[in-house]
Design a protein around this ligand. Structure first.
Ligand code: AMP
Length: 193
């Protein structure tokens, strides 16, 4: 099977993390979550982690250059090149989407699908409050949701214009949503599976 390169989108609390774990197990690709990468940097106390922590706690966005650098470095790694990748939490801005396109071009790779998991704001907020992450305070959640609508939701058109968008109803059991996602990927990236 050719390595798949995919992006998973959807407002925070849509269940991207859980679906991502299932997807990488199914398709054998590497899960690249920029939120996880930042949380690892915070836990390790690196310079990046120290800079990112307060931004993350407030629900803001870490700078595009920093994020593009993290992704550029990881996509060039041999395991990612050979196994493919599921990008989770990136791109989040138009600037990041353009950077991703340039990074992939430079590596002579291309995206196969952008999965958009749709969940209403109320359900997403409830799920975030349940998981209890340190940046899941009411204020930070509301800021993240606002930034998502303003900066990230417009990227759906960007992916649609490239014929990559797979929109899936994210309300349902884990298995139901997963089946919808896989069916969507098969119809969009089918020729390469
Ligand atoms: P997530 O785990 O995707 O919800 O990300 C947690 C936090 O990390 C976000 O609220 C942002 O502060 C930061 N973050 C993760 N990915 C990005 C990104 N692509 N661009 C900017 N900030 C990000």
């Amino acid at each position: 099977m050719a390595p798949l390169r995919m992006v998973i989108l959807g407002r925070q609390g849509a269940g991207k993390g859980t679906q991502s774990q299932r997807l990488v197990a199914e398709f054998g690709c590497v899960h690249l979550s920029t939120g996880d990468a930042l949380r690892a940097a915070v836990a390790a106390g690196t310079q990046l982690g120290r800079q990112a922590q307060s931004i993350m706690d407030s629900g803001g966005l870490v700078g595009d250059d920093v994020m593009n650098g993290i992704v550029r470095e990881r996509l060039a790694d041999e395991d990612v090149s050979s196994k493919g990748v599921l990008l989770d939490g990136y791109p989040r801005t138009a600037e990041q989407a353009d950077a991703l396109e340039r990074i992939l071009e430079g590596l002579e790779q291309r995206l196969d699908a952008a999965i958009n998991i749709e969940v209403p704001v109320e359900a997403a907020t409830e799920r975030m409050l349940e998981r209890g992450r340190s940046d899941d305070t009411v204020d930070a959640i509301s800021r993240r949701l606002q930034l998502y609508e303003k900066q990230t939701a417009p990227l759906l058109d960007w992916f649609e214009a490239r014929g990559l968008l797979v929109t899936v109803d994210g309300v349902g059991t884990l298995d139901e949503v997963f089946d919808r996602v896989v069916a969507g990927i098969e119809s969009t990236a089918g020729g390469r599976l």
